[in-house]
Write a protein that binds this ligand. Structure first.
Ligand SMILES: *Cc1c(COP(=O)(O)O)cnc(C)c1O
Length: 394
């Protein structure tokens, strides 16, 4: 058997099949900062696809902070945090994150993905049962798999299904993990109810607040703050790559948790530290979250308006207080066609297809930034109406 030829043949069969199903993926290249209007492959477009919710990707104060950090520390970190990669700026950001999340301590990871993977795998093993919302982020699911724990999936935000499953697995170590805001649906986990259920059943809780950090809660602290559950969620995880316009992930919680993860989370131990400039940008962005609460309120006001307006046009859009607006189309090819037509009209809204979302739930996913203007959103609505009719969706 010739594995080399065999494998290549199988890959190309798989790709052909994927193409036939309308699921083939290609990259689109940006050529300017992620502002509301940007350059995509040589064309100026209106961008409704960025997770830079507060519109900070091109913020002069952040760019200046990065320049200053590069002048002071150079570019790469040169080693993992435990060898030569730790700078004071890493420590400072961890302290800031702990204060922001009202926890004792925090630990930086290189991405949110690595934070989930490393944390779940370090804390649990095959003696554990982990309860996961069906729509949790892929990095949570991968973390569960890596840990060897038994993975129990409950129906999306379904407390009854969860409780039934909690009752089925008693007398063992248990962890409940949920996204705070679900990335492809933009809806909120019923965190208050999940936490009371977890308490009742003595289950450890972990929240992935990638999309809510800097966005929800009176101080932008995320879903835990939004629901007033400080001190009640043992493991708070998030990313620096979305509203905070930088990159990296973090876990916040008790000092003992963080000390343990520093030793045992392999994605922390065996990976080169974030570059100092990246860390400084996230630090400064966290200050901006505090200094400019109006960014949050404007963002959420615009998101609510766009949601409502799309519904009034007859599109299928859920209700949620977040800047992620999924517009359900069902069929993958239709979603791609709709997205392509929008792009022809100068608007970029990505089509989201399986395996990112369950089969039959392909959609357009709008993500808003605080810096979109109402005039730009009016234009989006006009084009949505035009194309929605053209493609027979409304
Ligand atoms: C984006 C995201 C992550 C991963 O964060 P990165 O820093 O981009 O790796 C994890 N969880 C959720 C819910 C996300 O949306």
């Amino acid at each position: 058997m010739n594995s080399r030829n065999d494998l290549m043949e199988r890959l190309s069969d798989w790709l052909a099949e994927t193409k036939a199903q309308g699921l083939y993926r290609e990259l689109k290249y940006l050529e300017a900062p992620q502002t509301a209007r940007t350059l995509l492959q040589g064309r100026e477009i209106l961008l409704l696809a960025s997770n830079s919710y507060l519109g900070l990707a091109d913020e002069p104060l952040l760019k200046e902070a990065a320049h200053q950090a590069i002048r002071q520390y150079g570019v790469g970190a040169g080693g993992s945090r435990l060898t030569t990669g730790s700078y004071r700026v890493h420590q400072l950001l961890e302290q800031q994150l702990a204060e922001f999340k009202l926890t004792e301590a925090a630990l930086l990871f290189n991405t949110g993905y690595m934070a989930n993977l490393g944390t779940i795998a370090a804390l649990t093993d095959r003696d554990w049962v982990i309860f996961c919302d069906r729509l949790n982020h892929a990095s949570i699911i991968d973390g569960c798999r890596l840990s060897g724990a038994k993975l129990v999936i409950y129906k999306h935000c379904d407390l009854r299904d969860l409780e039934k499953k909690l009752q089925r697995y008693q007398g063992t170590a248990r962890l409940l993990v949920t996204d705070g805001v679900f990335s492809m649906d933009g809806d909120l986990a019923p965190l208050d109810q999940l936490v009371s259920l977890a308490k009742k059943h003595q289950v450890l809780t972990m929240v992935d607040d990638a999309h809510a950090t800097g966005v929800l809660g009176a101080h932008g602290g995320g879903t835990v703050e939004y629901f007033g559950l400080q001190d009640q969620v043992e493991i708070q995880m998030g990313t620096l790559s979305k509203a905070l316009a930088s990159e990296g992930g973090y876990v916040a919680g008790k000092q003992v948790l963080i000390d343990y993860l520093r030793h045992r989370a392999k994605s922390f131990v065996y990976s080169t530290a974030l570059a100092p400039a990246t860390v400084v940008v996230a630090s400064r962005a966290l200050e901006l979250v505090r200094e400019r609460p109006e960014l949050r309120s404007e963002l959420l006001e615009k998101a609510a308006w766009l949601r409502q307006s799309l519904r009034e046009l007859g599109f299928q859009v859920n209700q949620a207080p977040t800047p992620i607006i999924p517009l359900l189309l069902g069929d993958a090819s239709l979603a791609v066609r709709f997205s392509e037509r929008l792009l022809e009209e100068g608007i970029y809204v990505p089509a989201i297809r399986p395996p990112t979302v369950p089969s039959g739930t392909s959609r357009l996913r709008f993500s808003l930034m605080a810096t979109h203007t109402f005039a730009e959103l009016e234009l989006v609505l006009m084009k949505m109406k035009l194309i929605g009719r053209e493609l027979g969706v409304i």
